[in-house]
Design a protein around this ligand. Sequence first.
Ligand code: AMP
Ligand code: ZN
Length: 472
Amino acid sequence: MENKVSLFNTLTRKVEKFVPNEDGKVGMYTCGPTVYHFAHIGNLRSYIMEDVLEKTLRYVGYDVKRVMNITDVGHLTSDADTGEDKMLKGAKREHKTVMEIAGFYTDAFFADCEKLNIKRPDVVEPATNCIPEFINMIKALIGKGYAYEAGGNIYFDTSKLKDYYVFSSQSEKELMVGVRDDVEEDTNKRNKADFVLWFTKSKFDNQELKWDSPWGTGYPGWHIECSCISMKHLGEYMDIHCGGVDNIFPHHTNEIAQSEAFVGHKWCNYWFHVHHLNDRAGKMSKSSGEFLTVSLLEEKGYDPLVYRLFCLQSHYRKPLEFSFEVMDNMTSAYNKLVKKIGELDAEGELDKDGFDSFRARFEEALANDINTSSAITVVYDVLRSDLNDATKFELVKSFDYVLSLNLTRLQGEKCEPEVDKELEAYVLAKIEERKAAKKEKDFERADAIRDELLAKGIRIKDTREGTVWESV
Ligand code: AMP
Ligand code: ZN
């Protein structure tokens, strides 16, 4: 099929025409959440934009298979191999087991995704499901001379690669800025950039999750899980790998190192990275005490889809600053838009040429490196155009496959039979009259009113909440 979509590729630092390995098919991998706490709305910005990418590819005709891992083991508080195990930290905080924490926050993550209309990936695989695959890959890397044992752990030897810093010509120092927390020195490493594939000698006495391995009882490092899980479901060649920008280094850099050492050829062609959501105090993070969640937005009265609109209004490659003032403005923009769409008369003949020309404009906006704000402009242009209502409605419905903002939500209400205001006023007046008659113990009059209404096709019923009526 025609390759219509262009994407910025972190690997080449250029916007490139997207050409998948197999014509018409896309294998896409997304780094899933570390399930030791709720996702914050910053994490969800990444997942919203990745959802738009997936749906854009499907919209223009690709057959997409998307895989996501769930990080339930191995992710330490530093993205390098130091600090506390995040899952253990969550379990301690809540006096639960690691698996209880993982189950609870995995469900919470998908509940948030549902509220934001983020489609569940075709495959979702928790890391703890794949221990044999991790062990096999590590064994092969040792066999090929890319990994070594030191101080009881297994490390990847980055000096064996021609180019470890594949993502750019940036220096190691610059890349380290992306690392989230302090990095302490691990004296077992032969080279500073080496990373752990398997922790055998756990530095945490109470490490709950441990598995047998050829190197002793232990648990996997964080990076190995994404290489193995993606290959398990997508094979040795992958089209697109996604994540937030903080994943570029060291996580994705290490994924490439070990994957390509393992398969012996280029592994993934396109790298899609979403910039961060910040609040006024800076980057949002789960480790920093209070953070913004979808539930908190709801408690404050915001529709989660208004947050989705807020994300779509800016480009995924720009940092975005969150504020409640902007959410207020977005709420009123969203309500107006939905109301306008609700007022369209959806019945009628489709103007095929008009439909095709606006659909092409919408696709073009998204195909240009997922320019979601331009795509939303096309929605407004459709509504402003002189197309008939039915064509406008069909276009918006079609666009909403990608935007997923429930834009046609008020159309359903319009289909409900209109209440006859005059009849309603008449019935309510009769109900009041009957109530007064009953109060005066004039039951004859009360019954006469009931019969009079019934003769007109209205049945009334006395309930604990008062008298209600229906047409019969
Ligand atoms: P984690 O659960 O920490 O593994 O992160 C889940 C996803 O959210 C990863 O793709 C991160 O890169 C991404 N992420 C983390 N913080 C932010 C943020 N403030 N804004 C956008 N994405 C983020
Ligand atoms: Zn990952």
